[in-house]
Design a protein around this ligand. Sequence first.
Ligand code: SAM
Length: 291
Amino acid sequence: MAETRWIPETLFDELGFRMTYAVEKVLYEQQTEHQHLVLFEHKHFGKVLMLDGATQVTTRDEFIYHEMMTHVPIMAHGAAREVLIIGGGDCGIAEEVLKHASVERLTQVEIDESVIEFSKEHFPEFTGPVFADKRFESVIADGMKYVAETDRRFDVIIVDSTDPQGPGAVLFTREFYAACKRCMAEGGVMVTQNGVPFLQPGELISSVGHFRKLFADAGCYVASIPTYVGGHMAMGWAAADRRLRDTPVETIAERYRAAGSFATRYWTPQVHKAAFALPRFIAEAVEKATG
Ligand code: SAM
């Protein structure tokens, strides 16, 4: 009987903490130009993609993060036509964005082409509808370079990045956020993957601090994603106007109806609103962030 291979998440090794997966079958493993990529089958979480020892997406719980990173900013904005995704190579967020008929163009800027190519093979449920949609534009580039140089303007910017290590580190800098502000359209909003505050408090405090220096409204909202271990996941919020965050739940519900009440498994107008009610330890961390 072959011995079970266990693959650890090494993201929190410094904390002396590891989550480990019992692998049913390794489907793909490669050291790309930018990072180490492994995809395997797990009996409970389905397909699991890890980059540089950090869980990126699992087919079992992806809907939580993808819906909350997409529908919260788009429904809060209310008239988003031009949307930009930085990172997001698995296309899980792109698939959610394209559920919004109001979106006229979606541009995704991913640094590692092999993540997209391998996702076409292993995550067809995301990439299939996305690459079949003529509103979608895929750009292979460093997100920092793209936002620093583009002459386009975006209503919603979604930063679906890896953690602040390797190619993802630059996506947590003041320079990057300032360049995102530069290409944000009037009344726009940006949301960011910002880690798990209980285990990665510094990441959130640093980003919100930068947001405070650059945007009229800065903060975060939360959701719990089983394989982003450590409790609440924080999604950074940076907007040109405080009113977006304060959009009444009735208005969000009306916008959802107008958008055809497309299928969701986590996001609802009520969950949207509640996500900004932060537990005290996270609220205090955000308050402390001065940048
Ligand atoms: N949801 C996941 C998470 O929370 O950890 C992230 C998923 S997505 C796969 C992350 C993507 O960001 C990866 O495909 C990676 O290649 C991409 N990425 C990292 N640094 C980047 C950069 N500087 N510019 C553009 N894409 C980048």
